[in-house]
Design a protein around this ligand. Structure first.
Ligand SMILES: [Zn+2]
Length: 290
């Protein structure tokens, strides 16, 4: 696939990707990931980073934010270790931007967050509040946010519903209320220096998410986890107008592959060329300091 009209080859940044390997899909994912794969209509086949790199290169995507995962306390599944994320980053230093993950329910989460940045050189953190089972606005996590704010790196919070555990009895015990972006509004208000990216159009709370992104200078959003054809019209309209400096491209690889996402973006949306450049790379370059 060639680059989209008006878009510079190889400058695209995918702000949201997971490992196409067993570390994420099988070990950390467990049964709740099988539920998600069933919903996306994919299987949990794995492949290596050479194949991943080739797939991205073919689409003109030069960089990808690769996310760690630690929801061990709430799910009982092992993490995607931060050292592993750093190792992959070291193998593909031009391609991979490594984001760590710490489990806020673990006693050593603060030390691990510091180690991620100071020893492993990771570029930020990913939280998945539904899988991790925590309310980010609760007082007990405030010190974690202050610590990350002081470390000077951005955080990605999950936004909206989750397909993890979808259709399983009791959703495998996961609670979607923790994906409500209103809980992030409080974190953003108390930590104005913390740069926050809310991942995904936050269905069914997209309006709340747009309001927060508009009102909080330190909150952004990405379009990952949804094929553009299915993204709420209002989100796309805001991405083209009021929030054109705040919305970023992301896939949620390997659940959604970059060619499928970009193809739908080209065919099913009509953002101006300027907005498209902002969404596909300019906003991410500014946010991640590339
Ligand atoms: Zn994801």
């Amino acid at each position: 696939m060639s680059a989209l009209p008006g878009v510079e080859e190889n400058r695209l940044v995918d702000t949201h990707a997971h490992q196409p390997t067993s570390e994420f899909l099988h070990d950390a994912g467990g049964e709740m990931m099988q539920d998600a794969a069933d919903r996306f209509g994919t299987d949990l086949e794995t492949w290596d980073y050479e194949e991943m790199y080739a797939e991205y290169d073919d689409c003109g995507i030069g960089r990808v934010v690769l996310l760690g995962w630690d929801a061990e306390t709430n799910t009982g599944n092992p993490p995607v270790p931060n050292d592993y994320v750093a190792r992959v980053r070291d193998e593909y230093p031009e391609f991979v931007i490594g984001f760590g993950s710490v489990d806020p329910l673990k006693d050593d989460c603060i030390q691990e967050a510091v180690r991620c940045v100071e020893e492993l050189g990771l570029s930020g953190f990913k939280f998945q509040q539904i899988a991790q089972g925590f309310d980010p606005s609760a007082d007990r996590y405030d010190y974690l946010w202050s610590t990350i704010e002081d470390l000077g790196v951005p955080v990605v919070f999950h936004g909206g519903n989750s397909t993890l555990g979808a259709c399983a009895a009791g959703g495998r015990g996961l609670e979607i209320k923790y994906g409500n972006p209103m809980l992030i509004d409080e974190v953003a208000a108390r930590h104005p220096e913390l740069q926050i990216l809310i991942a995904h159009p936050a269905f069914p709370w997209e309006k709340e998410q747009l309001a927060i992104c508009q009102q909080k200078g330190n909150v952004y959003m990405d379009l990952s986890g949804w094929i553009p054809k299915y993204i709420d019209d209002q989100v796309l309209r805001y991405a083209d107008t009021l929030l054109q400096d705040k919305v970023m491209f992301g896939t949620d690889y390997p659940m959604i592959d970059p060619e499928t996402w970009l193809d739908s973006f080209e065919r099913h949306t009509d953002l101006s060329e300027e907005s498209r450049r902002k969404v596909l790379y300019e906003n991410a370059e500014a946010f991640f300091g590339l």
